[in-house]
Design a protein around this ligand. Structure first.
Ligand code: UT7
Length: 326
């Protein structure tokens, strides 16, 4: 059976690093609070004018190099981002041009923190149906330039970066075994930037105001996150005909170390199977899973034959999971 196999992974983090100590110097917060409540110790920050495509491009190049795939061989580029360089054109098109993928289609996916799992599910469907043979899925977020550093409840949580994977059609039993996606738009107001879209464009009156910032009901999201991680994971495993005991490596969205810990506990997955890089990179939204996966692969934590479970949860609400035989 033809499957979509991940043949290369890549990552990129911008140069500037802000530790929690740096945040202590600009707002009313503390290293102790941030570490205890979130597990975050530092985050990477894009430079002024450094957009999501500037991060997605090196991550995609890195993944192609690891896969040994030439840019001309790529059939499709999917860029998962909540912070596209522009409202249009799609950030995927900017990446397509810069990596020289002249035979590829390109489009963006916005499903917030679940964006990468949605992009991966789409790529899998294209490959399984025989439409495409080689797809690059990028998660890229340049989001700190838009943060309001006076809002400590959200500013301490996020970081910038990108991750990417190359998926290729291959016969055999390695590759993506299943994907599951869920959504509940009635929870849209739990995590939202109200202004800047078609419903409430940025005007002279609202510019710089609270409507242009991230508004988050953190505690409510927290409650939903652990249950939805579990639902997505168990459903994807069921679709793959596997159980939790089969999972060798768990790569969850990195929203909060406490959420990851609680989800892993509910799933009965021991710490050594759980990939966590939130301490170094914070919450990078769509980039979080591909970046953590890339680091796990590069660090030798994922080896051939492993069953890898990816799971996400985020604004929308959206949630999802994928099961991969490496
Ligand atoms: O990426 C996917 C979507 N995101 C999530 O799923 C995030 C889910 N939620 C969370 O991770 C947590 O709810 C947060 C980390 C956002 C907040 O943690 P919490 O334990 O739920 O704290 P809280 O919002 O209930 O706030 C507790 C206290 C408040 O003070 P009072 O009212 O108890 O006096 C806040 O004002 O902590 C205060 N606080 C802070 N203190 C220092 C909030 N932010 C900060 C801060 N530094 N940065």
């Amino acid at each position: 059976m033809q499957r979509a196999r991940i043949t290369g992974t890549g990552g990129f983090l911008p140069e500037t690093v802000w530790t929690n100590a740096k945040l202590e110097s600009i707002m009313d917060t503390s290293d102790e609070w941030i570490r205890k409540r979130t597990g975050i110790g530092q985050r990477h920050l894009a430079a002024a004018g450094e957009g999501s495509s500037d991060m997605g491009t090196p991550a995609a190049r890195d993944a192609l190099a690891h896969a040994g795939v030439a840019p001309e061989e790529v059939d499709l580029i999917i860029c998962c981002t909540t912070m596209p360089d522009y409202l249009f054109p799609a950030t995927a098109c900017l990446i397509q041009d810069r990596i020289g993928a002249r035979n590829a289609g390109a489009f963006d996916v916005n499903a917030a923190c679940s964006g990468f799992v949605c992009g991966l599910a789409s790529a899998n469907a294209y490959i399984r149906s025989g439409v495409y043979r080689t797809v690059v899925v990028v998660g890229a977020e340049s989001q700190t330039n838009r943060l309001n550093w006076e809002k400590r409840d959200t500013a301490v949580l996020f970081g910038d970066g990108a991750g990417a994977v190359v998926l290729q059609a291959e016969d055999g039993d390695r590759g993506i075994l299943s994907t599951f996606l869920g959504s509940d738009g009635s929870g849209g107001d739990l995590l939202i930037i109200p202004a800047g879209g078609s419903k409430a464009p940025v005007t002279k009156e609202n510019a710089g105001g609270p409507e242009c910032d991230i508004q988050m009901k953190g505690a409510e999201l927290f409650k939903q996150a652990t249950a939805l991680f579990e639902e997505a994971s168990t459903k994807a495993l069921e679709l793959a005909g596997l159980s939790l005991e089969d999972v060798d490596v768990f790569v969850p969205h990195q929203a909060n170390a406490r959420i990851i810990g609680a989800a892993a506990k509910r799933l009965g997955l021991p710490d050594e199977k759980v990939v966590m890089n939130i301490e170094r990179v914070a919450n990078t939204t769509s980039a979080s899973i591909p970046l953590a996966l890339h680091e796990a692969v590069a660090g030798g934590r994922v080896t051939e034959g492993d069953t890898v479970l990816l799971a996400s949860f985020g604004a929308g609400l959206t949630w999802g999971a994928a099961v991969i035989r490496w």
